[in-house]
Design a protein around this ligand. Structure first.
Ligand code: ARG
Length: 470
């Protein structure tokens, strides 16, 4: 199409043509074309409703639907044809309408009856996000959770140091540590599901902001598009982007969790830790240092968290203090949103693919778990079982640790006589308690490192339940 042949649908009121620079500055078609299939889906439902309400004829409805279908097919195959949108057409909504009018001039001009781009764009975004959450994000999170659970199952007896303040604290199992992430991702998933409840509201029929004098039926449009409810206030329906903010906010939390996991993978693959080795195929080298094998995938997951947080600040700032109802500022919602969607899908894909290629160095994990007086709490709790108040037990154990440090010994290396100098309550049965295995097995409190098999069962049950059924 030649550039100057585009006639704007809103040109009636204007004497002059839009400046090229303004077209360039205000267009959104270079990015909102992503929404084309949702836009067409919405238009088809709108058309059927218009016909049902006798606002357009059956033949008009038929022609519009047929034209939209043709446009859908054309847009679907455009990638293979190096297709480029003309920016003069402004956005995907106007593009589709203009194409339809070219195909069916009389019927096509009726599509935009009782509708505005303001409710149309809100509808498109909602349809898009429902799809992204239901078919893009949630299944990938579930796959990852299942991978982590499978790895946990084979590592119920793999003992590793648990940390607080980045200092070795108490022995835990690798299974327990991995399941902590499964729990986080479970909450992330719940947050997306919860957001879905609010996204699932049809804004169509709000029109520009005030509704319409025409006899539309918003409920039948909602039914056709599978929305559970319709928006209650037309001004709110076209002004609201909090559902976009919520999605990006949930994605920020997901990425925050991902970044913590990624950080651990980076640390664990250092020579200093040597807890894991990532298969060659999932690492990269250095252009100067021949010996290097870098955990770039994990680093980039950690790094990409920044752009998702950036998108959150961007959309919050765009929406801040915007007077009601629609303002063109809101067009700025799409690029950060699309970037977030692409980023989290990429991250979920690569982590799903990479995780099974991580090998854990079980010997090293166990050895490190035993060092650094990680069984001190076990000794204190032993004294508690002998009826000593915990505060006293803590103090005495602290003294024993101090004594051991002076002698460069570990707790289990003390003789019973040495132990008894600190407390008469310590007997020979202490030695069987001072192993990392006993420590881990003993922590049977609900959620503790000693009841990991039960945790796996609980999580599997939760995951097996179809998430939409809840
Ligand atoms: N391209 C616009 C957006 O993304 C669509 C809505 C424009 N509405 C208007 N009245 N200019 O927000």
């Amino acid at each position: 199409m030649k550039k100057d042949s585009i006639k704007k649908p809103w040109s009636g009121r204007f004497k002059e043509k839009t400046a090229k620079s303004v077209e360039e500055f205000t267009e959104s078609i270079s990015f909102d074309h992503e929404l084309f299939s949702y836009d067409i889906m919405g238009s088809v439902a709108h058309t059927e409703m218009l016909h049902e309400q006798s606002i357009i004829t059956e033949n008009e409805a038929f022609e519009i639907a047929a034209g939209l279908k043709e446009i859908l097919l054309e847009l679907d195959s455009r990638d293979s044809k190096n297709f480029e949108f003309d920016k003069a057409i402004e956005d995907i909504h106007m593009y589709i309408e203009a194409e339809l009018i070219k195909k069916y001039p009389d019927a096509g001009k009726k599509l935009h009856t009782a509708r505005s781009r303001n409710d149309q764009v809100a509808l498109d975004l909602r349809l898009y996000l429902m799809d992204v959450i239901e078919f893009g994000v949630i299944p990938r999170i579930i796959t990852f959770q299942k991978t982590l659970i499978e790895i946990a199952k084979t590592n119920i007896d793999t003992i590793m140091p648990g940390y607080t303040h980045m200092q070795r604290a108490q022995p835990v199992t690798l299974a327990h540590h991995l399941l902590a992430y499964v729990e986080m991702f479970e909450r992330d998933k719940e947050r997306y599901k919860d957001a879905l409840k609010r996204i699932d509201t049809l804004p169509l029929g709000a029109c520009a902001l005030a509704g319409t004098t025409l006899n539309i039926n918003r409920n039948t449009a909602a039914k056709r598009l599978d929305f559970s409810r319709i928006s209650g206030n037309s001004i709110d329906a076209v002004s609201d982007r909090d559902f976009v903010i919520e999605f990006i906010s949930n994605s920020s939390i997901l990425m925050m969790h991902m970044s913590r996991m990624a950080e651990e993978l980076v640390l664990w693959s250092t020579k200093e830790f040597s807890f894991i080795e990532i298969d060659d195929a999932y690492t990269t080298g250095s252009s100067i240092m021949p010996q290097k094998k870098n955990p770039d995938v994990a680093e980039l997951i950690r790094g990409k968290t920044g752009r998702v947080y950036g998108a959150l600040v961007s959309i919050l700032t765009t929406m801040k203090a915007l007077p009601l109802a629609y303002n063109r500022d809101m067009q700025e919602d799409k690029e950060p949103l699309f970037d977030v969607v692409k980023t989290i899908i990429k991250v979920l894909n690569i982590i799903n693919e990479m995780f099974p290629h991580i090998r854990f160095n079980n010997e090293r994990l166990r050895k490190t778990a035993a060092e650094g007086f990680s069984l001190a709490t076990d000794l204190a709790e032993y004294l508690v079982t002998k009826k000593m108040p915990f505060r006293e037990a803590h103090e005495i154990t602290g003294n024993i640790v101090k004594y051991c440090i002076g002698k460069s010994m570990d707790l289990h290396e003390l003789t019973i006589e040495e132990f008894k100098k600190f407390s008469d309550l310590i007997d020979n049965d202490i030695y069987s308690r001072l192993t990392v295995e006993a420590s881990v097995k003993g922590r049977k409190s609900f959620g503790g490192t000693g009841e990991v098999e039960e945790q796996i069962e609980r999580l599997r049950e939760k995951l097996d339940k179809n998430w939409t059924e809840e």
